[in-house]
Ligand binder design. Structure first.
Ligand code: SAM
Length: 318
C-alpha cells in the first residue's frame, strides 16, 4: 500500500543519517569508534557544510544529553525515539555516563537490523554483556533487553502498544527521564507527534524532551529541502505546521510541559565550545559560508522539561 511505501522510505532515512555521520567521523569531526560496525564503508564524499551541520547536530544533542545525565548523577533513564543505528549507548558506556537504563525505539525492521549487527560484532555486544549482571539476556529478532540497554521495535504512532512494551521492559515512570528524538517527529503528522509528546508529559513527572528537526521550511531553501524529502516519498504532513521556533515550543507547552526552549542550529553552532570549533573549522576548507548559515537556520533543537523533583532542569541548556 501507499503507506507501506512511505514507511519504507522513512525507515531508509536512518541509513542516510548514519552514512553522513560515518563520513564526518572519517574526516575527524568527532570520534565514533562504533559507527563502522553499522555502516561498513565510508561512502561517497559529503560537502563540508553537510559535515559541519552534522557536527553541530551531534554535539548539540550530546551537550543536552550529557548535561541531563550530570544533573541527575545518572540516576535516570533515557529513551531515544527513532534511534535508528545511533551509537550513543556505547559512547556513554565508554565515558562512564550510562543512565540506569538506556532505551531505544524504532520500527521493528530497523531494530531487527540493528540487533543483527550487535549479535555478530563483538565490539558492540561486549559492552552490553559487561553491563549485564542478571542471568537472562533477552535477544530475539525484534527486541533486545539487558540490565542497562533495551531496544524495542514499535511504531511511535501507536501509543498504547508503545506504552505497554516500554513497561514490559521495566521503564520506571518515577525516575527522571530524558526523551530524545533526532530527525524523527518530522516524519509524523502534527497530531501524531503531539500525541507522543503528550504521552511523555503524562507518563513522567520529572523529565526533559530534546527534539532536533527541520524548521523555517516556508522560504525557498526550505521548499527545496521539502521537495528532496518528498522525492523519497517521505510522509511530511507535519512540515508546514511545525515551521517556526515558536511552533516547536508550542507543541510542548500545549501538551503538559512546564517550559520549552528552542534555538536554530546557527545559534547552537555559535555557542558550542570554541576551541573544538576552531579545530573542526580547520579540517576542511569551506568556500560557501553563506550556504552553511542557511543550512543551519533550517534546523533546530527544542528542549522542554517538567521538574516535579526540583532537580534544577531549567539549568540544562546551552
Ligand atoms: N535518530 C537517528 C539519527 O539521528 O541518527 C535516526 C534518524 S532517521 C532520519 C529517522 C528514524 O526514525 C528512522 O530510523 C525511522 O525508522 C524512525 N522512525 C520514523 N518514524 C517512526 C515511527 N512512526 N515509529 C518508529 N520509528 C520511526
Amino acid at each position: 500500500t501507499d503507506s507501506d511505501t512511505a514507511d519504507e522510505a522513512v525507515r531508509a532515512t536512518c541509513d542516510d543519517a548514519s552514512m553522513c555521520k560515518r563520513f564526518a567521523t572519517s574526516k575527524g569531526y568527532w570520534k565514533d569508534p562504533y559507527i563502522q560496525y553499522f555502516v561498513r564503508q565510508v561512502g561517497e564524499r559529503k560537502a563540508p557544510e553537510i559535515n559541519r551541520g552534522y557536527y553541530a547536530r551531534v554535539q548539540g544533542m550530546n551537550h543536552l544529553l550529557d548535561a541531563f545525565l550530570r544533573k541527575t548523577a545518572c540516576d535516570c533513564q533515557v529513551i531515544n525515539f527513532g534511534a535508528g543505528l545511533d551509537t550513543t549507548f556505547w559512547r556513554l558506556k565508554d565515558e562512564n555516563l550510562l543512565p540506569k537504563k538506556y532505551f531505544e525505539v524504532d520500527f521493528p525492521m530497523v531494530v531487527a537490523r540493528k540487533i543483527h549487527n550487535i549479535k555478530t560484532k563483538p565490539p558492540l555486544s561486549k559492552p552490553i554483556i559487561e553491563t549485564h549482571s542478571s542471568d537472562s539476556l533477552l535477544i530475539d529478532g525484534h527486541s533486545l533487553d539487558s540490565d542497562r540497554y533495551c531496544i524495542i521495535g514499535a511504531d511511535l504512532r501507536e501509543l498504547p502498544s508503545l506504552d505497554e512494551k516500554l513497561k514490559k521492559f521495566q521503564l520506571n515512570p518515577e525516575l527522571p527521564t530524558l526523551l530524545l528524538s533526532e530527525c524523527v517527529l518530522v516524519y509524523m503528522t502534527p497530531e501524531q507527534s503531539s500525541r507522543l509528546v503528550h504521552w511523555a508529559a503524562e507518563t513522567f513527572h520529572t523529565a526533559m524532551f530534546v527534539n532536533y528537526e527541520q524548521v523555517n521550511m516556508t522560504d525557498r531553501f526550505g521548499q527545496v529541502m521539502i521537495e528532496n524529502l518528498q522525492r523519497r516519498q517521505c510522509n511530511l504532513a507535519g512540515v508546514e505546521v511545525c515551521c517556526s521556533l515558536e511552533s516547536q515550543k508550542e507543541r510542548f507547552l500545549k501538551t503538559g510541559w512546564e517550559s520549552a526552549n528552542a534555538l536554530d542550529m546557527a545559534a547552537v553552532y555559535s555557542v558550542l565550545p570554541q576551541d573544538d570549533m576552531a579545530r573542526i573549522e580547520r579540517l576542511e576548507f569551506l568556500d560557501e559560508k553563506e550556504l552553511l548559515q542557511q543550512l543551519l537556520q533550517h534546523y533546530s533543537i527544542c528542549w522542554a522539561f517538567k521538574d516535579k523533583l526540583k532537580l534544577g532542569l531549567s539549568q540544562v541548556a546551552f
